[in-house]
Write a protein that binds this ligand. Sequence first.
Ligand code: SAH
Ligand code: SF4
Length: 350
Amino acid sequence: MTQTLTALLDKARHTSELTYEELLQLLSLPDEQIPELMAAADEVRQNTVGNQVHLRGIIEFSNYCRQHCCYCGLRADHSTASRYRLTPEQIIDTAAAAAKTGYRTLVLQSGEDPLIPAETIAELTREIKKLDVAVTLSCGERSYDVYRLWREAGADRYLIKQETADPALYKCIRPGHTLQERLQCQKWLKELGYQLGSGCMIGIPGQTVEILARDLQLMKEMNTDMSGMGPFIPHPQTPLKSGTTGSISMTLKMLAAARLYMPWLLLPATTALASLHPKGRELALRAGANVIMPNVTPEHVRSMYQIYPGKLNTRDSMTDYYNRIKDIVESEGRTLATDFGHSMHPAFQL
Ligand code: SAH
Ligand code: SF4
């Protein structure tokens, strides 16, 4: 028998040991009960990770990709996409400008670009670390040795989402790959001392609420430090073009349930949610989120990094954009963190 929502949320305020059935119950709530769930998640967020919001400046340095993910506009098969690759100088200049603006973490993200040598990314990491920032890399699946090279160069974190916890669905959306291979990468990264960013898309065709509950469980099992969970947005030049856009309600339920189930999480208000809803960031911040990842990619290439259509873009200068995000954070009664914003997972040690 399912307990009342009030009883379940009372339990969740005191313990994060929620069962699969309880997660399922939270994710199945009707829209009118979402505010109650968000309020509980917001309370747990306040009592565990506090009031601060961490900003990560993301530099999308190449949109070349050798992979064929069925959901993503950067897939190799999208032959008419305009491609770009920033030079190391452009990347370092952008990183320096972002650090000067106030960012304490920079994320270097790309497709799996076969023409950028691993050593170039190691060298970039070494240079960017000199700016006194934390560095997150997000460059897809690589070998243990490459991850080790980048870790030794000073990378602090790695973002590689599980995308979906269901092995059969995973195979469908990433042809030629298995969930097991993805989790192997995550295990290596943990072993090497990276802080691990995982996450999943919400509303990917074929997904069920049971799979989403399992997504949360898998992230906990993998000792995830950060979880990026945003709505799926169909891209017209991909095999999933006729899919339905992921729902904002389900995204908010996933964020809130994640906060209750993994109170330590670094939980971004994703750009995908902000692209779908004008108040997407504010809603996510009220549902347990404590991270925002503003795009600091140089403007002349920014619109080409089209993993999905309608991706939020801005013509603001880097400083104006930073200040605008700061205003959003403060208008929600929150403050910008000034530290690196490292993992708050109970097992994490610097
Ligand atoms: N190549 C790297 C990083 C870039 S992709 C990697 O794949 O890990 C970054 C994220 O964009 C992916 O993890 C995926 O969750 C998200 N993404 C891709 N296509 C999307 C879409 N159509 N809608 C929403 N999110 C998408
Ligand atoms: Fe490439 Fe990442 Fe897009 Fe897959 S999700 S096609 S690996 S950029």
